[in-house]
Design a protein around this ligand. Structure first.
Ligand code: FAD
Ligand code: NAP
Length: 347
């Protein structure tokens, strides 16, 4: 049972929060995962601590304190073709593969479907958990199946798309399945005859600026990365976990009330309701660029909370709560965090 003790997670979370865990394990394949989780020495160690946390790139976690127990990093690699026709390819990808590496790989093979999801940090295994999305595409669109390890039963299970219960930044794994399963690989069905999704304003504008009339998936991927790097802070330079809050979905009554007070409020039809950009609400409430010690709200994208250097997770969490309260007072909308807040179970 090779592992590290009293291990610093500072370099292992994109917020750059300086916390430790008691024990840090990494597994590189399914067999090693099963061997570890059924090893009596490991199970008794696991029972002796209150915390057990599975991570990929920790780009969607805010650590507010030390992990009093085990952190298990999923490092399962591999990209394997399972099925291929003239129309599509089905590939199985290890949960530990870096998401953007997989996007680049797919684009290089001219396999379409995930080019709008370029430059999202994190691992393939975490992608289904919050059903990652950007620029009008959610990963659920191309997921065929998810393989996961059932921690209580010590066996592998396969989830087809319906069983994953994907929603807006949601899935079974983020709800009832949370803490019960470890995702080991994901099957994706990618296209050879592409359907591009260019409806988001920023993509259209950037393609126009570059005089690209008939974009390839490689061009879309490049454009998405360029837009993202122009407005999102790079975690290596300024710690962050992307959007801190989900975009709220409001009904037509609240939407009308909002519109009568703020005629400029942007909104997008979302089924029978409306999605309002959380970043706009936060900016309108005056928080954009705000800083309290080293915890702050990014100067170019108010939805992103940042660690300017030595902020603690608790300081960032406290700032997020102030923003939630203020937005609620000003607009009557309760923002929900998208980032997973780690709180120790203590003992
Ligand atoms: P982690 O942060 O390690 O884990 C996230 C959650 O999943 C935790 O609860 C963890 O316990 C659990 N988990 C991780 N791996 C496994 C596994 N194998 N099995 C079971 N549970 C697991 N997200 C978007 O949706 N769209 C974006 O456009 C986007 N842009 C971002 C931009 C930046 C700059 C940053 C920093 C983040 C962004 N994110 C975005 C958020 C984040 O990148 C994604 O949510 C990503 O999928 C998280 O992957 P991860 O491997 O880092 O997961
Ligand atoms: P933006 O273009 O400024 O738009 C603001 C919000 O409006 C977005 O969050 C988006 O919702 C929504 N929106 C814009 N155009 C839309 C359309 N045509 N139809 C429906 N909804 C529309 O957003 P941004 O902050 O620069 O981010 C760009 C994209 O990257 C977004 O899709 C965003 O989700 C994604 N992103 C996500 C994270 C994260 O951590 N989750 C971080 C950075 C960027 P959606 O968010 O639902 O798309």
């Amino acid at each position: 049972m090779k592992h590290n003790t009293q291990y610093s997670l500072k370099e292992h979370n994109t917020f750059g929060i300086d916390v430790r865990c008691q024990r840090y394990f990494s597994v590189e394949n399914e067999k090693a995962l099963q061997n570890l989780l059924t090893d009596p020495a490991f199970t008794s160690l696991k029972e002796s601590y209150p915390d057990f946390l599975v991570i990929g790139g920790a780009s969607n976690i805010l650590f507010t304190e030390d992990v009093n127990g085990i952190v298990l990093k999923i490092s399962i690699e591999g990209v394997t073709i399972k099925e291929e026709t003239d129309e599509y390819v089905i590939v199985r990808v290890g949960a530990g593969v870096e998401w953007h590496y997989f996007v680049e790989f797919a684009v290089a093979q001219d396999w379409g479907g995930i080019e709008n999801l370029s430059c999202i940090p994190g691992s393939v295994g975490a992608a289904p958990i919050q059903n990652i999305g950007a620029y009008g595409v959610e990963v659920s669109r191309v997921i065929e199946a998810v393989d996961a390890y059932n921690i209580a039963l010590n066996e592998f299970e396969r989830f087809n798309k319906e069983e994953c219960h994907f929603g807006y930044r949601e899935s079974f794994f983020k709800m009832q399945g949370q803490c019960r399963y470890i995702i080991t690989s994901v099957d994706f069905k990618l296209t050879k005859k592409h359907v591009l999704h260019l409806e988001y304003g920023a993509i259209k504008e950037e393609l126009k600026n570059l005089n690209i009339e008939n974009p390839t998936i490689a061009a879309v991927s490049r454009v998405v990365c360029a837009i993202r790097s122009s407005k999102l802070p790079q975690p290596k330079q300024i710690g962050n976990a992307g959007s801190f809050f989900k975009n709220p979905v409001v009904d037509s009554v609240l939407m009308e009330r909002l519109r009568s007070k703020h005629p400029d409020v942007p909104h997008h039809v979302f089924g029978r309701d409306f999605k309002v950009p959380a970043g706009w609400l936060i900016e309108k409430a005056g928080w954009k660029g705000y800083r309290e010690g080293d915890a702050g709200c990014h100067e170019k994208q108010a939805l992103v909370l940042v660690n300017h250097g030595k902020a603690t997770g608790k300081e960032i969490l406290a700032l997020s709560k102030k923003i939630q309260k203020d937005v609620f007072q000003k607009f009557g909308i309760q923002l929900a965090s998208e980032v997973n807040i780690f709180l120790s179970n203590h003992q």
